[in-house]
Design a protein around this ligand. Structure first.
Ligand SMILES: [Zn+2]
Length: 375
């Protein structure tokens, strides 16, 4: 079964680390459509040659890779699966697999903790959405979550045969027909509301041919109407995967617009000296203090730094030994560490695509829940 990826999964991973700063976790992301079938082998050999000086680490790496390869050999590809994410460590007896309905890039990382950035990004970008396809007498309601289509409900009514009677005037028939359509659409709206509230759907797309979709939109209560992202023209008999991929495209576009709006909010808050931080140092502090309501991160941005998992201290630059406890540190991408802290403190993360404003603000920033310093 495809994984229904939830924020709680990423949070669980963010809480796992090697307390002795050993590079004992392997994180593997695989693009299922990738033609590079030597990827794992190549990365395995590179990492092995680096780990050779440390017997214990090398042994853990080899044992962990063996578990991973055993899994890869025996498990097939699920219907609709586009990616795979695995996190494993033999000495920690840790093994997690996510079969993803969303695309990821090939990546194999050896680190002191699971590398969660690509997964956190998927959670941000692929929010669950509701989809209603209808015409005047048929409807299908779906919830799409993590690229996985939950086919939820199908409804139909036979308006013509129910009302068409011999000798009936055209005008009377049209009136009855109109009433029946309205009644049917109300019925669909009720079902939809029930289903979408169960799944906590925050975005809705309405699709269909002709007028029914507009009538439908107009009868919806304001709290539902405000969740509608788009109303699109679509034949009722359109193939399901085409319908879903079109809807997905729209939702991704909407998510992009939202992240740009949030960068504008950040900028505005900074200008009026409001509840915001930006740049590596300020943002890291605020994340650790649990002050951030929304963390904004440039998608491809990385900063070389170090971590002491024992003291839970992270900083940019290079340091072999922790200045507080003198343990050996581990080299990290500081942005990944900020993301891990954010996950642990239930901070919402927004991944922002190419955006000059955020880049100029240091590639990372946050809108604050509260301000600690009273000045
Ligand atoms: Zn330390």
């Amino acid at each position: 079964m495809l994984t229904d990826l939830k924020n709680a999964d990423v949070k669980e991973l963010s809480e796992v680390y090697d307390s002795e700063n050993r590079d004992s976790f392997i994180s593997l992301y695989l693009d299922m459509d990738s033609l590079d079938n030597k990827f794992v082998e190549r990365r395995k050999n590179s990492c092995k040659s680096v780990l050779e000086e440390d017997k214990e680490l090398l042994e853990n790496f080899e044992n962990t890779m063996q578990l991973i390869e055993q899994y890869l050999n025996k498990s097939g590809r699920e219907k609709g699966q586009q990616g795979l994410a695995m996190f494993a460590s033999n000495i920690h007896d840790f093994f997690r697999v996510f079969k993803l309905g969303m695309p990821v890039e090939n990546l194999l990382v050896v680190d002191t903790s699971p590398y969660i950035r690509p997964l956190a990004r998927l959670v941000d970008e692929y929010e669950a959405f509701g989809l209603v396809l209808l015409d005047s007498q048929r409807a299908k309601i779906y919830v799409v979550s993590s690229g996985k289509v939950g086919y939820k409900k199908k409804k139909a009514t036979d308006i013509i045969n129910k009302h068409k009677k011999g000798g009936m005037s055209q005008a009377r028939f049209q009136r009855l027909r109109k009433g029946a359509i309205k009644h049917f659409l109300k019925d669909v709206a009720e079902d939809m509301e029930k289903l979408f509230s169960q799944d906590e759907v925050v975005k809705i797309i309405i699709a269909g041919s002709g007028n029914a979709k507009i009538m439908f939109k107009n009868i919806l209560p304001p709290n539902i109407k405000s969740k509608i992202v788009d109303v699109i023209d679509m034949d009722f008999d359109e193939a399901e995967d085409r319908l879903v991929s079109k809807a997905e495209e729209i939702v991704l576009g909407n998510e992009k617009a939202t992240s740009e709006r949030n960068v504008s909010r950040l900028r505005a808050e900074i200008l009026r000296n409001g509840l915001a931080v930006h740049g590596l140092k300020e943002t890291m502090e605020a994340v650790i203090n649990g002050q951030i309501e929304l963390l904004l991160v440039s998608k491809g941005y990385k900063i070389r730094g170090w971590i002491c998992e024992k003291c839970q201290v992270v900083d940019s630059g290079v340091k072999d030994r922790c200045p507080y406890c003198c343990s050996r540190t581990s080299g990290v991408d500081v942005i990944e560490e900020i993301i891990e802290f954010a996950e642990r403190t239930d901070t919402k993360i927004e991944f922002v695509g190419d955006n000059l404003t955020l880049a100029e603000l240091g590639g990372v920033g946050g809108l604050l829940r509260f301000n600690l310093s009273i000045s």
